[in-house]
Design a protein around this ligand. Sequence first.
Ligand code: HEM
Length: 128
Amino acid sequence: SDRGSLYDRIGPQVLAALVQRFYARVAADPDLAPIFPADLTLTAEKQLAFLTGFLGGPPLYHQRFGPPRLRARHLPHAITPRRAGAWMACMEAAIHETPELGPDEARELASALARVAVHMVNTPDLPG
Ligand code: HEM
């Protein structure tokens, strides 16, 4: 669009704030916390680098860590539909917690990430 990439419209500072707010919620989520490292510093750095490129900014993840191959990188983790829902709920909450995001950016970001989250599912929900 003539308004630039989603990355340009959001900006690096707001994106970094969003990622911090997201992982604070992940750390407090009973479905997600057990599969993440206790220290989320590197995880958050990788996510910020990934989202920068994903949203149309410089390909920082690729430069630092190689091809993202995100689905393959998630295979060691049991990503159930329930966890994908929890992941998106954390992201939507973090988006709402970030009023610097305009409504268009908030909506476009949520729908782009929802598509990736569904693609990460690699394990069925356990009964119960
Ligand atoms: C890494 C869970 C969706 C991007 C990880 C890790 C876990 C995880 C457990 C490993 C953390 C670590 O060891 O540092 C999940 C779950 C998801 C999900 C439960 C639910 C669907 C996504 C989505 C994206 C994403 C939608 C991108 C938009 C990343 C990135 C990494 C990562 C960039 C770091 C990969 C690496 O270099 O090790 N995720 N993830 N994840 N995730 Fe996800």
